[in-house]
Design a protein around this ligand. Structure first.
Ligand code: BTN
Length: 249
């Protein structure tokens, strides 16, 4: 099979590792150059956002992409929207289902849902060495198992009665990721934002956001050109938040 993305990314495969994101950080610190994809069959210390643990048994997809192209720090959050679009398209493509059949959504800022349950998450980490920025994009997709000890609904591709091979999902995801990244390089965030909004969970609906210290509710009506979420409260006030999570309701 011809996989064009393999010409742009060095692929490293591990049977077991602590965390593909941690390995990516070690590689960057060891002065590697070029883009990398690190793929592990299982992780012993998988990490989620906010320092949470990411359950990483064999059978799911655990991968991290290192982008060695000095993306300015202010633009880096945009890459999580590119990643979410690529994951959304990859999941629909490998399961051969339309997004309507599957009820697939992207959830701000960086989760993928099937039937209102989290199936995938993205962890962006950034590191600057000798004034050059490296972006690490960690991706976890529940294929054959999903955590049950978390306080939000989760699912896996298997629990939704669908099937895919981990390697196939990785490859299809990377194809879409590279496509959206090229689009972003050419035309910027405008078209990525538009495509993301079309797939967004609870757009134009009332949501509650936990920003770590407080909760705020309002109608989710947009994301701005930096990827911040915009909420309109009952009083008509617009709130723009850069950090936090849309809660499942
Ligand atoms: C989230 O909290 O939703 C983000 C989860 C990201 C998990 C992936 S699995 C591959 C990579 N390595 C890690 O340790 N974490 C990310």
């Amino acid at each position: 099979m011809y996989l064009p993305w393999l010409q742009k990314y060095n692929l490293l495969i591990f049977d077991e590792i602590d965390s593909t994101n941690s390995e990516a950080i070690r590689l960057v610190k060891a002065n590697i150059s070029g883009n990398f994809v690190i793929w592990a069959t299982k992780q012993t210390a998988g990490r989620g956002r906010y320092g949470r643990q990411w359950q990483s048994d064999q059978g799911n997809l655990y991968t991290s992409v290192i982008l060695d192209n000095n993306i300015p720090i202010t633009k880096q959050p945009q890459v999580s929207f590119i990643t979410a679009l690529a994951l959304y398209d990859a999941i629909n493509s490998v399961t051969k289902k339309s997004s309507q059949d599957l009820k697939t959504f992207v959830k701000w800022p960086n989760d993928i849902l099937i039937n209102d349950k989290k199936v995938a998450g993205i962890l962006l980490e950034s590191i600057t060495i000798h004034k050059r920025n490296y972006l690490i994009i960690g991706v976890g997709v529940n294929i054959s198992s999903n955590p049950t000890n978390v306080n939000y609904p989760t699912t896996s591709i298997l629990s939704e009665n669908l099937e895919t091979e981990t390697s196939n999902l990785l490859s299809v995801f990377m194809g879409f990721f590279d496509k959206y990244l090229m689009q972003w390089n050419k035309t910027g965030f405008v078209s990525i934002r538009k495509q993301w909004l079309k797939r967004a969970y609870k757009i134009n609906d009332i949501v509650t956001i936990n920003d770590g210290s407080s909760r705020i509710s309002g109608v989710f009506n947009d994301i701005d050109l930096n990827g911040n979420i915009r909420l309109k409260t009952a009083g008509g006030q617009i709130f723009t938040l850069s950090l936090g999570e849309v809660l499942f309701t």
